[in-house]
Design a protein around this ligand. Structure first.
Ligand SMILES: [Cu+2]
Length: 151
């Protein structure tokens, strides 16, 4: 019985610490992230690679995009405008983060087959704090993308 009450005390202390950590994390600008994803598209294949773009609308606290999985694509990475890989994409709280041509993008490499305009990709987005989000990316031709960014 002695051992049992000692472990109960340890559990109570742990809970107190966890509650304390949780309260400390709730800085005024933080809180639960509310991320929605729109305007998801990828370009037709150039060589054996492609880029994917999307818009993240975060109406809550900050979050990070930490992984992207695309069906039929062997290697997916988060790139900045200079093609440098990053292990996450910061999604600031109460902020819209846009990946668009000539800027940051999701790099698609080791494709199982070329991406043809008019087809779609199944995309799973993994976040540090939010639950995963599944979206569909439209594959667009270069002409379609040029029209899109000039309009
Ligand atoms: Cu890239």
């Amino acid at each position: 019985m002695k051992t049992r009450s000692a472990s109960a005390a340890v559990v109570a202390a742990l809970i107190a610490v966890l509650v304390g950590v949780f309260v400390l994390r709730q800085a005024p600008s933080e809180g639960t992230p509310h991320v929605s994803v729109t305007d998801v598209y990828a370009s037709e294949t150039a060589g054996d690679a492609s880029s994917m773009y999307m818009t993240f609308d975060n109406s809550g606290g900050s979050d990070d995009l930490v992984a992207v999985i695309v069906t039929g694509v062997g290697q997916v990475s988060i790139h900045d405008a200079d093609m440098r890989p990053h292990d996450h994409l910061r999604l600031k709280g109460h902020h819209t983060t846009k990946l668009a041509p000539a800027g940051g993008h999701i790099m698609l490499e080791s494709l199982s087959s070329p991406l043809r305009p008019g087809t779609q990709l199944d995309v799973r987005l993994m976040f540090k704090r939010s639950a995963p989000i599944e979206v569909t990316a439209d594959v667009l031709s270069y002409d379609q993308i040029n029209q899109k960014i000039s309009s």
